[in-house]
Ligand binder design. Structure first.
Ligand SMILES: NC(=O)c1ccc[n+]([C@@H]2O[C@H](COP(=O)([O-])OP(=O)(O)OC[C@H]3O[C@@H](n4cnc5c(N)ncnc54)[C@H](O)[C@@H]3O)[C@@H](O)[C@H]2O)c1
Length: 380
């Protein structure tokens, strides 16, 4: 399959994925190639809707993929495994074999690997050197760094976790940064002054793809109808690499904090009830999320709403990652810097001071689209 080439005059934009061999990253790379080749429609990509027409976003065919990972499973093999699990359409990995090989050749060893003797500054320097090398060799106008690596536990003490080392490398190499995970990334106090000084745009944290997406719609509904929530409890069953990482209670705690924050922000206070995540390897990337919402109506009448979400996590996440790469690239091109709070629509725990309800977040995103339309850019 020969993909539609990017126009020769169009600037090429790098998309550097931390966790480049994971399910989400592989689905992003395979998905972009499939859309560029016209094999599938862009279902789930908000940047392909009319809202973003004339906003000067980079085209999908102008994106060049690379990244870091700590494992060495080749991308074509990872894509075959995802196709076998029903995450990617059957036959897609062979149809886009050339694109998978090209991205695979741009993945560099991440860190710290077991037995790695490099200290923090050596790791940051090595990661930043990989980013600069990518820009130079591939003739890129800019590179957006996106963290889609395994969720880490919240750090204890002042040591920088790996996600923050990568974020520091992005700052050092002058790259805008997106944290699609609940990991610390740019949020570490030790990076605060460097983040301000770098004057780069950034967005995060933790993609909002399933249970929390639903909560950010239902929470405002209960609040606006003046119904009293008595308890809101949730359980997730999930396999795959993400399920395995979240079997660690400390990593799950980092994830659940974002899910619970949405309720506290939309209802005014955190209701009774908890969120649990169970690792069920047999389910692979397919997640079942239940919510059980106990609420009071008029005269204290007790009622219950239960929801069941059965989603394919990487298929939900990948279009959002592509959206974010394009939006943050465009923001960087237009000279925007600091936290992009208008992108709160995409996140469980958004940076900046944006609203928590999905409807208001979509309105903020629409405002961002208007702002981008008015800003100068290289292709406009
Ligand atoms: N899929 C969704 O709906 C969704 C939504 C929100 C957030 N996320 C987050 O996205 C991330 C990726 O999810 P996934 O399903 O692709 O997981 P995955 O386990 O399939 O992939 C994670 C990848 O990160 C790599 N990695 C681990 N430590 C690393 C390091 N120090 N440096 C570089 N790479 C490293 C792993 O080797 C693996 O290839 C997770 O943190 C998950 O919580 C996913």
């Amino acid at each position: 399959m020969s993909p539609m080439p990017a126009s020769l005059s169009e600037p090429r934009v790098g998309v550097w994925l931390i966790g480049a061999r994971g399910s989400v990253a592989t689905t992003v790379i395979a998905g972009c190639a499939a859309l560029t080749a016209g094999l599938h429609p862009p279902t789930g990509m908000v940047t392909e809707t009319s809202l973003f027409a004339e906003c000067g976003l980079p085209t999908l065919s102008s994106l060049v993929f690379g990244g870091h990972d700590t494992v060495d499973c080749p991308l074509p093999k990872r894509a075959e495994a995802l196709a076998a699990g029903g995450v990617l359409p059957p036959g897609l990995p062979s149809a886009i074999a050339a694109e998978l090989e090209a991205a695979d050749a741009e993945i560099r060893p991440g860190g710290p690997a077991p037995g790695d003797t490099r200290d923090d500054s050596e790791l940051v320097d090595a990661f930043a050197a990989d980013l600069r090398d990518f820009v130079r060799r591939r003739g890129l106008t800019r590179v957006v760094v996106l963290n889609v690596a395994s969720t880490e536990p919240a750090p204890v003490g002042s040591a920088l976790p790996p996600s923050s080392l990568y974020a520091a490398a992005a700052l050092a190499a002058g790259c805008p940064y997106v944290n699609f995970t609940p990991s610390t990334g740019l949020h570490h106090p030790a990076l605060a002054s460097a983040a301000r000084a770098a004057r780069l745009p950034y967005a995060g944290r933790d993609g909002k793809t399933g249970q929390t997406l639903l909560r950010s719609v239902l929470g405002p509904m209960f609040a606006q109808r003046a119904l009293a929530i008595r308890a809101w409890s949730g359980t997730n069953l999930l396999g795959g690499g993400d399920g395995a990482s979240l079997a660690d209670p400390a990593a799950a705690a980092a994830k659940n904090a974002g899910k619970e924050r949405v309720l506290a922000d939309t209802l005014g206070a955190a209701p009774q009830g908890e969120v649990h995540i169970d690792d069920v390897p047999a389910l692979g990337d397919w997640k079942t999320a239940w919510d059980h919402i106990a609420f009071d109506g008029f005269l204290g009448t007790r009622m219950i709403l239960q929801t069941t979400w059965q989603g394919c996590d990487s298929a939900l996440a990948a279009p959002l990652v592509l959206d974010l790469a394009r939006l943050v690239s465009r923001a960087h091109e237009a000279g925007l810097s600091g936290p992009l709070s208008e992108l709160g629509f995409y996140f469980k725990d958004p940076v900046g001071d944006g609203p928590a309800a999905l409807g208001e977040q979509y309105a903020a995103l629409a405002g961002f689209a208007l702002r981008l339309r008015a800003l100068p850019g290289e292709t406009r």
